[in-house]
Design a protein around this ligand. Structure first.
Ligand SMILES: C[S@@+](CC[C@H](N)C(=O)[O-])C[C@H]1O[C@@H](n2cnc3c(N)ncnc32)[C@H](O)[C@@H]1O
Length: 204
């Protein structure tokens, strides 16, 4: 009950909170999303910030488990007939009758920080991608080995409940590679915290 109310607040402040960061992030989002074609699974769509950045001829299936975020994403998708939004998390994506069994692309942006079991999620990304499918990644990662990284470790227990489960101490790049994803493009950059963007394919 308390969580539901809190998720409402998080959904309401998410876009204003991200506004200045998005000026830079949008450039990275666009560079990745303009590469999509065919059928796309967007994981953890949030308020639907990615929706304007997809080519109009791709078919996007966006999933989002938080009801207040989902409601915002549905409104955002109203302008895009090629985008459908589903109120669900990655854990149940393989069992949904209205979702395709496989996708040409999976997009994972600012979401593996929050998904409770990122290793399981990475495996599901593999399971639902076509053999020659691609995973598009944009995630903030732990600044391992630096003073800032130590600060992130210290702050994380307070940050995680405030940010509805978001962790500052994950290395999504390592998790994905350990799950058998191989970058055909990857870049780390800093925006206060460390970020990782990549286009990944699967090791056979
Ligand atoms: C920080 S927001 C990012 C939203 C959006 N991807 C973006 O780039 O702005 C993280 C999102 O992941 C969603 N999420 C949390 N657990 C999830 C799960 N198990 N499966 C899919 N999405 C999840 C949250 O509800 C939230 O909307």
């Amino acid at each position: 009950m308390i969580r539901k109310h809190y998720q409402k607040i998080v959904a309401a402040i998410y876009d204003p909170f991200m506004k200045s960061l998005e000026k830079v992030l949008t450039v990275h989002r666009r560079m990745l999303l303009e590469k999509t074609s065919g059928m796309v699974l967007e994981v953890g769509a949030g308020t639907g910030v990615n929706f304007p950045l997809y080519p109009q001829d791709v078919e996007v299936f966006a999933i989002e488990p938080s009801v207040p975020m989902y409601e915002r994403a549905v409104k955002a998708a109203a302008n895009y007939p090629n985008i459908r939004v589903f109120n669900m998390g990655i854990e149940t994506v393989k069992n949904h009758p209205d979702l395709p069994k496989t996708f040409d692309f999976v997009t994972s942006m600012l979401v593996l920080c929050t998904i409770p079991n990122p290793k399981q999620a990475a495996q599901i990304y593999r399971d639902v991608l076509k053999e020659d499918g691609q995973l598009l990644v944009l995630e903030h990662i732990h600044a391992t080995g630096s003073f800032y990284g130590k600060l992130q470790k210290f702050v994380n227990p307070l940050w995680r409940p405030l940010a509805d489960g978001c962790n500052l101490t994950r290395r999504q790049d390592i998790i994905l590679k350990e799950t058998g994803f191989k970058p055909i493009f990857e870049k780390k950059f800093s925006l206060g915290t460390d970020w990782y963007e990549a286009i990944m394919t699967m090791d056979s």
